[in-house]
Design a protein around this ligand. Structure first.
Ligand SMILES: [Zn+2]
Ligand SMILES: [Zn+2]
Ligand SMILES: [Zn+2]
Length: 106
């Protein structure tokens, strides 16, 4: 699976987010390409990011850098780790969800 942006290893860590738990790449709605993070997209894609609408929660837009399998946005938002290999994801990513996905109105 091709991952663009500024990845620093083969588990999708990048120059911005590179802790043990930063193993997720996200496919962007706008270009259909995987990037390690929103900053990678902002710096290298050359266009504004488009978030995934609420109605597309079943899109396979999440890539686990450990097992290289994809998961749906719905599964990702509900899980604390990879649905395939059980690797834990960075809980801090929750703070940035609105940069990738349309969030529920409150
Ligand atoms: Zn894009
Ligand atoms: Zn990045
Ligand atoms: Zn995995």
């Amino acid at each position: 699976m091709r991952v663009l942006g500024r990845a620093v290893d083969d588990q999708t860590r990048c120059v911005h987010y590179r802790t043990e738990l930063d193993i997720v790449a996200i496919r962007f709605k706008c270009c259909g390409e995987f990037y390690p993070c929103h900053l990678c997209h902002a710096e290298t894609a050359g266009h504004d990011a488009v978030v995934w609408p609420l109605g597309e929660r079943s899109a396979q837009a999440i890539l686990c850098g450990v097992c290289s399998r994809t998961m749906s946005i719905r599964d990702y938002l509900e899980a604390d780790g990879c649905s395939s290999c059980k690797s834990p994801f960075n809980p801090g990513c929750r703070l940035h969800r609105h940069l990738y996905f349309e969030t529920e109105k409150r």
